[in-house]
Design a protein around this ligand. Structure first.
Ligand code: NAD
Ligand code: WQD
Length: 346
């Protein structure tokens, strides 16, 4: 069975490729490498000892995408490609709306033309905006607070409309909480450009000596120690969630929405302490102002994914720190500077 993974060279995509290849699926990746490197594709091949087709292609390239669907007999699509930086989306809203919305429309149109109606879509806990209560259940009220989040909300609505138009569509919307960690091989992981926006890559770059200290954004939230609490989920658990969603939806129709998190929150200071104790590295920090737009508490109710998908996040906070650190130590500059070996089959 052939699965198209858009954004498969990226952080979550590369881990999802590994899980699918190891489960025996044929994988086809389309990625324009705007926020990733072909090295990750090579590394996935190295980990799994399986080759697969990779197309360096923008999803907005309808003709190119059409050729991919003509060449491969695609059964389902996991759609991860898109722009994802909240701050950048505020500065460049048109770019975010254009890329995220248009590319999904082109993808769905080409899928429809080729009679492919099974889709797993990457959404985000950001669609809950300021949560009314935690843990957050899937039918909580929605309301994104920035252009990036609004692209996810709009796309969720577009996909609902699409599924209502024809019962052949089977669509899983996965709302990720805070993906962290890396594959246990240390070969693939998160590879942010420049100074990281997210906490975990920032902590690991402080630990490896690339950055001086963590700026902790506020310690006056109504949480255990005043710092922000999030539901960090190991990227391998997240990748396995895609596999379960895919397996489930091959024989169902309509839209199904799932939170993918652990159901447990950790504060910024708890994350720093866990990282220090697992790695033995010191992670200096200082408390600074709250980051505009941040919320205090965010963690998932995962009962729906547990019950309907039979999926559970099993990796602990210690494994998240250990695997992040292994990836960071082995690849202090990410994928930069590594030559590509063209082992691939396209
Ligand atoms: P990523 O940037 O590592 O991966 C996205 C990939 O999409 C990149 O490889 C990029 O080159 C590719 N891409 C972007 N625009 C494209 C286009 N027009 N055509 C083809 N390829 C394109 O990000 P990630 O963290 O792996 O995120 C994957 C998905 O999960 C995204 O949709 C993101 O919004 C969503 N998500 C991520 C997080 C997170 O914290 N990482 C949380 C919730 C949701
Ligand atoms: C986590 C906690 C910060 C950095 C973002 C996006 C969201 C989703 C995941 C895509 C918060 C604190 C952080 C730092 C800090 N992405 N922090 N110092 O904000 O929960 O979610 O990524 O969909 O849309 O908004 O994640 O890792 O940025 O922050 O103190 O240098 O760490 O205030 O409490 P966030 P994060």
């Amino acid at each position: 069975m052939a699965i198209l993974i858009t954004g498969g060279a990226g952080y979550i995509g590369s881990h999802t490729c590994v899980e699918l290849l190891e489960a025996g699926y044929e994988v086809v990746v389309v990625d324009n490498l705007s926020n990733s490197s072909e090295v990750s594709i090579n590394r996935v091949t190295g980990i799994t000892k399986k080759s697969f087709a990779f197309y360096e292609m923008d999803l907005l390239d309808r003709e190119g995408l059409d050729k991919v669907f003509t060449k491969h007999s695609i059964d389902a699509v996991i759609h991860l490609a898109g722009l994802k930086a909240v701050g950048e989306s505020v500065r460049m809203p048109l770019s975010y709306y254009h890329t995220n919305i248009m590319s999904t429309l082109v993808l769905c149109e080409v899928m429809k033309e080729h009679n492919v109606h099974k889709l797993v879509f990457s959404s985000s806990a950001t669609v809950y905006g300021l949560p009314e209560q935690v843990p957050i259940v899937e039918d909580s009220s929605l309301g994104a607070t920035n252009p990036y989040g609004r692209t996810k909300l709009m796309l969720e609505q577009i996909l609902q409309d699409l599924a209502e138009s024809n019962e052949r569509w089977g669509i899983s919307i996965l709302r990720y909480f805070n993906p962290v960690g890396a594959h246990q091989s240390g070969q693939i992981g998160e590879n942010p450009n420049g100074i990281p926006n997210n906490l975990m890559p920032y902590i690991s770059q402080v630990a490896v000596g690339k950055l001086a200290q963590v700026n902790v954004f506020g310690n006056d939230y109504p949480t255990i120690d005043g710092t922000g609490v999030r539901d960090y989920i190991h990227v391998v658990d997240l990748a396995k969630g895609h596999l379960r969603a895919l397996e489930k939806q091959l024989d169902i129709s309509g839209v199904h929405i799932y939170n993918l998190g652990t159901g447990r929150g950790y504060s910024v200071l708890e994350m720093i302490t866990a990282f220090e104790s697992v790695t033995g590295q010191s992670v200096p920090y200082r408390i600074v102002e709250r980051r505009p737009g941040d919320i205090g508490l965010c963690y998932a109710d995962t009962a729906k994914a547990n019950m309907e998908l039979g999926w559970f996040a099993t990796r602990s906070i210690e494994e998240m720190c250990q695997d992040t650190w292994r990836w960071q130590r082995l690849n202090p500059n990410g994928y930069e500077g590594e030559k590509i070996h063209h082992l691939l089959t396209n």
